[in-house]
Design a protein around this ligand. Structure first.
Ligand SMILES: *Cc1c(COP(=O)(O)O)cnc(C)c1O
Length: 228
């Protein structure tokens, strides 16, 4: 079998440099964009080199997988910032509030209400982003772009859940730029500062279009093995 040649730290550094160049060209400061390293399916052994190199911002898409992996890593690196980037079920809201620092996938009233209650219960307040289904794909999570303003207002005024930003996943096989532009427009008119957009295939475009975080998995860690 071939030796695994992927060094996540080398990949990370190359991506960071590419991003910094793109940000500079766009007249943006490199501090204004963070890389969320997406570690779903990857074991702690694959994540540790990045932690040892000083990176602290990571993302998972399943609560249960994150619960198995991150508490032990946090004991060693208490300043880890962990993002939830996958769909959240109401019965996992309490676990999510205790474990994550940013929950990027608020997309319906029931989950907003449950998250607000969990914040009270655990006296913890992660950042919350609303996921917007910019392509209005029926199989994809997120609020439709037409309902986003009302939902953001309802989170705050109806459920007591302050929203900090927006997140989107553009449809596969479509140019991402119009989706990023739409997300940014919704953020601006709602006074939201955080924009989570851009993945391994389109992080440069996202950086040019105002992303404050890009979610990068395979370009750092290599292709993911299928889940068992
Ligand atoms: C897996 C995942 C990513 C990372 O995808 P890559 O293409 O491997 O960079 C980003 N965002 C979400 C929501 C994901 O589930």
């Amino acid at each position: 079998m071939a030796i695994q040649e992927t060094d996540p730290c080398l990949n990370f550094r190359a991506i960071r440099e590419e991003l910094n160049t793109a940000l500079k060209e766009a007249g943006r400061d490199h501090h204004d964009l963070a890389i969320t390293a997406i570690t779903k399916t990857h074991a702690p052994g694959q994540i540790l080199p990045l932690l040892e190199a000083g990176h602290r911002i990571f993302g998972e898409n399943r609560v249960q997988e994150a619960q198995k992996k991150w508490p032990a890593l946090r004991e060693k690196y208490p300043d880890i910032e962990l993002h939830l980037v996958g769909p959240l079920q109401s019965n996992k809201a309490g676990d999510a509030v205790q474990l994550f620092d940013v929950i990027e996938t608020v997309d319906r009233s029931k989950i907003a209400r449950t998250l607000a209650a969990a914040c009270e219960k655990y006296a913890r307040r992660p950042e919350f982003y609303v996921q917007v289904n910019t392509g209005e794909e029926p199989q994809k999570a997120g609020v439709g772009p037409g309902g986003a303003d009302a939902f953001i207002a309802q989170c705050k005024n109806g459920h007591g859940l302050t929203i900090d930003g927006l997140m989107c996943i553009p449809p596969a096989g479509e140019a991402p730029a119009p989706h990023f532009a739409l997300l940014r427009k919704i953020a601006v008119r709602n006074g939201l500062k955080k924009l989570s957009m851009g993945m391994s295939g389109d992080y440069i475009i996202a950086a040019q279009m105002g992303a404050t975080s890009v979610r990068i998995g395979s370009a750092i860690f290599g292709a993911r093995m299928p889940r068992q």
